[in-house]
Design a protein around this ligand. Sequence first.
Ligand code: SF4
Length: 452
Amino acid sequence: MFPHYLDAMLDQKPHPAPPRIGIISLGCPKALVDSERIITKLRAEGYDLASSYDGADVVIVNTCGFLDSAKAESLDVIGEAMQENGRVIVTGCMGGDENAIRAIHPNVLSVSGPHQYEAVVNAVHEASPPPHDPFIDLVPEAGLHLTPRHYAYLKISEGCHNRCSFCIIPQLRGDLVSRAANDVMYEAERLARAGVKELLVISQDTSAYGLDLKYAESTWNGKPVAARMLDLCENLATLDMWIRLHYVYPYPHVDGVIPLMAEGKILPYLDIPFQHASPDILKAMKRPAHGEKTLDRINQWRSDCPDLTLRSTFIVGFPGETDDDVELLLDWLDAAQLDRVGCFKYEAVAGAPANELANPVDEDEKTDRWERVMELQREISERKLATKVGQTMDVIIDELDSEGALGRTRGDAPDVDGSVFLDGDFDVEPGDIVQVTITESDDFDLWAKRIS
Ligand code: SF4
């Protein structure tokens, strides 16, 4: 063995013992399988299993609620666990009736119903945080990411409850399934600890977050957090990172997050996939919130938060789209003066209901419409960026190349929006947030000099 290796080995602190979890599984084989899943997950995270009350840091009781006698037995076992250990998490069939359990055992740490593995595992994390040993773990605490170290995507739900006619996501991924708010918050916290400076909140429809959970509360660091977009934004804002919202639909409750943006708590940035402006096309697309008066809303948002950056995507050449629809879209874009716009030519996706619609648009016509939208938006973007010359703003550094550093303003998401070039500046690192003065602009990008 190399001497330095030996020194390094001797220098290492002894690993703390992992937390030990006791589990009592009552009821039928289905409940037993639920218990097995829970302990498999906890064991994979590094927890040890305890075979007695006094050796356990926390005890899970997986209850049965099938018959009155089974309920009575469940309550007795919870009572015994409280008496012998005192840190008890209740789950399973009887957990569906939290009031009945808390009426007799008010101090149990958490109550969840059957199959709510994630809630049980979260409750264990809360009661006894998962072990993490950077010397032996193959996976860092914040998980593995394909993004640079300073930003990360935070997915808050799976699936979608909308039924846009051009889309097959709900067929592929099912209806909306939101993550519990505390699960999202614990992940965000781990990412912050791992050095992430910017979180990009994503889902298929971010404004619908929590709808399927009826906005249920869960416990994060001892405080209740609701699965609702506004609450989530408020809680994420406490983590001292840039928080950027993607895929937000213009429902009225979105107005509630604008003050958080105006106060600087989350980034003044909304990515809203409007997809079109013609009411007829939006209706044929079956877009969520297609009846909203979006121009009025945009004007109000901008008056409440003048720094707001709006990004959107549009589809041209949807079946049945007429010249009038395209004129309407162009007029709308001219009035809305969105900061960033992506535009796609409609493509039929196998299985999408829109394929059945009459009057498909010819490919050349689609290209012509796409070019008109892109040219208008290029002009808008060029004009808007020119007004930023001379302004001072924060920039997050993404990378350095042979010409210097490049980064993004608060109004630019990675990969899809523009860049800020700090030519000749090599004295920064990815993830640094620096102050710059904007010196130049073109159609989509900015150039700047650092002032701090
Ligand atoms: S396009 Fe519509 S249906 Fe498809 S994921 Fe987005 S909101 Fe859901």
